[in-house]
Design a protein. Structure first.
Ligand code: AMP
Ligand code: GLY
Length: 416
């Protein structure tokens, strides 16, 4: 099977790594990729938002499957363009990707499907904003309706900050605050059959102890030793299957990766958000634990034949990933800084620890930073403590001027 992956972050590196280990995959391409993905896939330049260009590239490569990583091309309808060219594509249509593209749309689908989520108001005027903030009280949860790369959400007890963020959005969702730990659960679906993956936890804040601003995600781990073993079955029954059924009922079936961001509150599981693609950095740890070869699962989802797939198999190993970010992330990050120590990790820590590249590029013989999140240093171990120790040992070998990372990823879950 010839596979083309669209995107160029650590999620796509994790996808390409898994696909490169799958004996069914005879050729692996990625566009645009990054300096790390170049080790496992052939890179191509393409405007990932341009459906016609992606379809042309896929046809030229005689790809049997296109996998679209990031949300922006999905929301732009790139999966539709690839499918219209007769090429199987893993990723939802433009209409179904609105589940991530519009928080208001997601709330509407959840209401229709009876999926538990925070109560919310959609506001467009200052008066509506004040009314909604008043109705819920502090802490305030204020969400830009549109895509914002994980940075459109402000959670604060400061009414002025909440109001200022709300006023800066064209359309804003203001909702009830959900307490309790967060869990990310992914499911692969063809629009009818739903195959859950294994839960992971992401660390969204920039600094240790969940301080600092929200980011795209600073680290993740799996499994979750503290979670109820029945969690996956419960979320399948109350969230994932009803959402997939509702989108099919509306005539806009969702095929691809359905990401449920959940809060385990004192009153039960609630959906915080849906995404329409693999989460980053959770994918790095989820795929590190997946035993089933990935390609045929994605192809069956793309072809509407997921019912032919047996349940997925998981390793008993635990996995931890730690994101190394640029100076000033999540503000405007500094880029172009030299990264060293990658060879040492490959020499001393493989195969248990390895570096997935997020924002990197080659500059002559050197590898330099090219984005906010630069590397996702991933490790497996017999338990979370061992995986965590290995991940941080590898992080310690990497040098990137001004870089930052959290030191407490999976610490509590590992009992450290
Ligand atoms: P989202 O982009 O919707 O995932 O929001 C980003 C982060 O904001 C989430 O991972 C949560 O940590 C936080 N958040 C979002 N919605 C809520 C809520 N209703 N209550 C508490 N925290 C929330
Ligand atoms: N880890 C959060 C996200 O992928 O949106």
């Amino acid at each position: 099977m010839k596979v083309l992956v669209i995107g160029g972050g650590a999620r796509e590196h994790a996808l390409c790594r898994s696909l490169s280990l799958d004996p069914d995959v005879t050729a692996l391409h990625c566009a645009p990729g990054n300096a790390g993905i170049a080790d496992v896939a052939e890179l191509h330049q393409v405007d990932a938002q341009d459906g016609a260009a992606v379809a042309r590239l896929a046809a030229g490569l005689e790809a049997d499957l296109v996998v679209i990583g990031p949300e922006a091309p999905l929301v732009a309808g790139v999966a539709d363009a690839v499918r219209a060219a007769g090429i199987p594509c893993f990723g939802p249509s433009k209409e179904a990707a609105e589940l991530e593209g519009s928080k208001a749309f997601a709330k509407d689908v959840m209401a229709a499907a009876g999926v538990p989520t925070a109560r919310s108001y959609v506001c467009t005027t200052p008066a509506e904003i004040d009314e909604a903030l008043d109705a819920f009280g502090a802490p305030y949860v204020v969400k830009d309706d549109g895509l914002a790369a994980g940075k459109g959400v402000v959670v604060t007890s400061d009414i002025e900050q909440a109001r200022a963020h709300a006023l800066s959005c064209d359309r804003v969702v203001i909702e009830e605050y959900l307490d309790g730990p967060e869990v990310s659960l992914f499911a692969i679906t063809d629009g009818t059959t739903v195959l859950p993956l294994t839960p992971a936890q992401d660390f969204k804040r920039a600094l240790d102890d969940d301080e600092g601003p929200n980011t795209g995600g600073m680290g993740a781990y799996s499994p979750l030793p503290w979670a109820d073993p029945k969690l996956v079955d419960e979320v399948m029954a109350t969230v994932l299957q009803p959402t997939v059924d509702e989108l099919r009922r509306r005539g806009t079936p969702f095929s691809g990766l359905l990401y449920a961001g959940l809060a385990i509150t004192s009153r039960g599981v609630r959906v915080i958000e849906f995404n329409a693609r693999f989460g980053d950095p959770e994918t790095q740890v989820v795929l590190a634990r997946l035993k089933t070869p990935l390609a045929s699962v994605l192809l069956n989802a793309a072809n509407g034949t997921l019912d032919a797939e047996p349940p997925l198999n998981w390793r008993d190993d635990a996995a931890v990933t730690v994101v190394v970010a640029s100076h000033n992330y999540p503000g405007t990050p500094r880029t172009g800084d030299l990264i060293t120590g990658l060879d040492e990790v490959a020499e001393l820590d493989a195969p248990h620890a390895y570096v997935l590249h997020a924002g990197t590029r080659r500059d002559g013989d050197a590898i330099v930073s090219a984005g906010g999140r630069v590397l996702s240093v991933t490790a497996t171990g017999e338990d979370l403590a061992q995986a965590r120790d290995r991940a941080y040992a590898a992080v310690g070998r990497i040098r990137l001027d001004g870089s930052q990372h959290r030191t407490d990823i999976a610490r509590k879950a590992a009992g450290q």
